[in-house]
Structures are given as C-alpha cells and as structure tokens.
Design a binder for this molecule. Structure first.
Ligand code: AR6
Length: 346
C-alpha cells in the first residue's frame, strides 16, 4: 500500500530507509534520534560527524549500519512556537526533502516518525496532518511505499473531527442494530409484569409462519433452472465495472489507483484479469476513490463477492463516510487506524 500508518518502533522497520527526527548538530539526542543511534551502533555517529550538521527543514542521508534499514535520512523539524513562526512550512519541507533524498537513492520503502511531535512540541494531530498531506502529494507523482510510524501512546492523541463523528455513528448504529425485540421479550419473561411480552412472542410466531409460506410459494413459482444458461449469462465482473467507472468519471487509471492507495502492480493485476477477486479493503478503496454513491459502492463491492454489514465496524466507518460524502481515503484510514481496524487499500 503506498501510504500506511503503522504502530511500531521505527528502528525495527525493515525498509530501505528510515527517517530520523534529528537536531541541527546531527550528533544524536533523545527520543527517536537516541533510539536510532542506539540501534544503528557507534558507526552512525562517526558518519554523522562528517556531515557538518543540517539546517531546519533540510535532510541528509547516511548508511543504516546495524539497523534493518539500509539508510537513515536525518531531517531537522521545527520547534513548535505556537504555529505563527513558519512551523508548518518547515515541517512540510522536512517531508519533501527526505522523500527527494529517498528517491535519489532509489528507495522503494521509507518509514517516517512523526517529526517534531515529541521534544519539539508540534501538536501530534497537526503533525500527522502535515505528514499525510506531504506524503500523499509526493505519492501522486511517484511510486514508493511510505510508512508513518507512530508509537502506541502517540496514537491516542491523534484526534480529529472525522474520528469523533465516526465513533458517534458507530455507537448509534450498534445501539440500533443490537436492539432485538424478541430477545428483549425473552429477557422480560422473568418480569411477568412487563407489558407487551406475549405480544412479541406472538408476532415472532406469525412472522415465522409467513416466511415459510412465502418460501414455498417462491419455490413453486420458480422456472426450472438451467445451470448452463445461467453461467452463460454471467454479469459484469469487478474488474470490468471498475474500468467502466474509471472511464465514466473521465479519470486516468493512475488517478484512480493512487487515490485508492493501491499500487500500480496490483491495479495492473486487476486490470489484466477480468476474473480477479480483490480483497474487501481493495474493493472498498476503489469505491472511495471513484466517489461512488452508496448503491453503486455496494454494487462494486458485490462484484467482488462482499457486502457492507452492520456487524462489522470497518464497514460502518466506510458507510458513514460515503453517506456524508467524505471520500478522502487517507483521512478514512486515519480513523480506521485509531480504531484498530484494517485500513483500506490492500
Ligand atoms: N519509533 C517511532 N516513533 C518514535 C520512537 C520510535 N522508536 N521514539 C519516539 N518516537 P522526538 P522531535 C516518536 O522527540 O519532536 C531529539 O532529542 C515520538 O513519540 O524523537 O522532532 C533530537 O535530537 C514523537 O511522536 O523528535 C532533537 O533534539 C516522534 O517520534 C529533538 O529530539 C518525534 O519525537 C527532536 O524532537
């Protein structure tokens, strides 16, 4: 997946390059800087001494030494002074400069911590927004897998308006869907005085009888099915519907798969194989990228053999976003991440 938010210790990331939130001297420090130097071993400091420091907003690269990563990209984030001293511009520049270096060194996978969001005091939710904006912009033009790595305790502080709305919606849907009148009636059997108790049981018996009659009538009315005929009338598949929708929207393939946070290889697999069955996360990601209204989103999902269900919290999040017209996949993934749910993409 081109952009992924993960919860991990960045020193354990098996990627081509990890990014260090360093200081101007580039001679080590606390936080993620200290952790990277400890894990890389003393040779990292030796190489850093040859770099003559680094300006705020810029980046320099070294080898990774004992780290699983081949390179460390050292960037210096701004100290937070309330937001009025160009902090956002400087922080954006850290991501841009680091990504440009990663590209120049042919890195295919890069992991960032939330630069400036520790000792330097940049509010975490805002630091995350800058990271997401800059990385997404870069990924629109480049093929790379970029991870934003956050510690568990960081994640708790990553708030946001959409997150609050979605959690409220999940609560509502859960309350509505888990209110079962029959179970309520059974529960209230131990309270003979409860009104309506017998009514529920009778309604249940009547419903069951009615359903059985409808089932028998449908069975009798159905013409004799012929399997061969049915197979010859197979519907448009996921891949076909996806390509048709891309055309109808006047999008380029790349616009669509990049918006879906799906990489080019997977998109080509889907494109070249009409019978390809993507994962549910991929199918949903394309529904979001295409900005499909609810019915069409459900149809696309169905083509891949899936449905949206209220017993699934991921589905409720996506449903809420489609209903409210929020088709920003990265934002949706941030909410899914905070809720410990699987992100969209693949
Ligand atoms: N993996 C991933 N994230 C981490 C890790 C880790 N191992 N350790 C910390 N973080 P900070 P800054 C998170 O303070 O704000 C140093 O002393 C952390 O929770 O490391 O840019 C430098 O030498 C936070 O969200 O960097 C500088 O003097 C984020 O990484 C100064 O701190 C960044 O926190 C730089 O401050």
């Amino acid at each position: 997946m081109p952009l992924e938010i993960v919860r991990n210790d960045i020193t354990r990331m098996e990627v081509d390059a990890i990014v260090n939130a360093a200081n101007n001297a580039l001679l080590g420090g606390g936080g993620v800087d200290g952790a990277i130097h400890r894990a890389a071993g003393p040779k990292l400091l030796e190489e850093c001494r040859t770099l003559n420091g680094c300006e705020t907003g810029k980046a320099k690269i070294t080898k990774g030494y004992d780290l699983p990563a081949k390179y460390v990209i050292h960037t210096v984030g701004p100290v937070w002074h309330g937001g009025g001293e160009g902090e956002r511009t400087l922080l954006s520049s850290c991501y841009r400069e680091s990504l440009a270096l990663a590209k120049a060194y042919d890195c295919e996978t890069v992991a960032f911590p939330l630069i400036s969001s520790g000792v330097y005091g940049y509010p975490k939710a805002e630091a995350m927004q800058v990271a997401v904006d800059e990385i997404s912009r870069f990924l629109m033009e480049n093929d790379m897998t970029v991870y934003i790595v956050v510690f568990t305790r960081d994640a708790v502080e990553l708030g946001g308006k959409l997150f609050k709305e979605v959690t409220a919606y999940i609560d509502d849907v859960y309350v509505a869907d888990h209110y079962d009148p029959y179970r309520e009636a059974q529960r209230s059997e131990s309270f003979p005085a409860a009104a309506g108790n017998g009514l529920f049981r009778r309604a249940h018996r009547e419903d069951t009888a009615r359903n059985e009659t409808i089932f028998r009538q449908t069975e009798m009315a159905a013409p004799k099915a012929n399997l061969e005929d049915m197979l010859s009338q197979i519907d448009e598949g996921f891949s076909q519907m996806l390509l048709r929708k891309i055309d109808e929207k006047g999008m380029r393939d790349a616009d669509c798969y990049k918006r879906a946070n799906v990489d080019r290889r997977l998109f080509n697999k889907i494109k070249n194989n009409p019978a390809y069955r993507p994962s549910k996360q991929t199918a949903l990601a394309f529904a979001i990228a295409l900005e499909l209204p609810m019915l069409e989103a459900k149809e696309l999902l169905m083509k891949a053999g899936y449905a949206l269900s209220h017993s699934n919290r991921e589905d409720i999040v996506v449903e809420y976003c489609i209903m409210t017209g929020n088709y920003n996949l990265i934002e949706i993934n941030q909410v899914l991440f905070r809720l410990d749910l699987q992100p969209l993409g693949y």
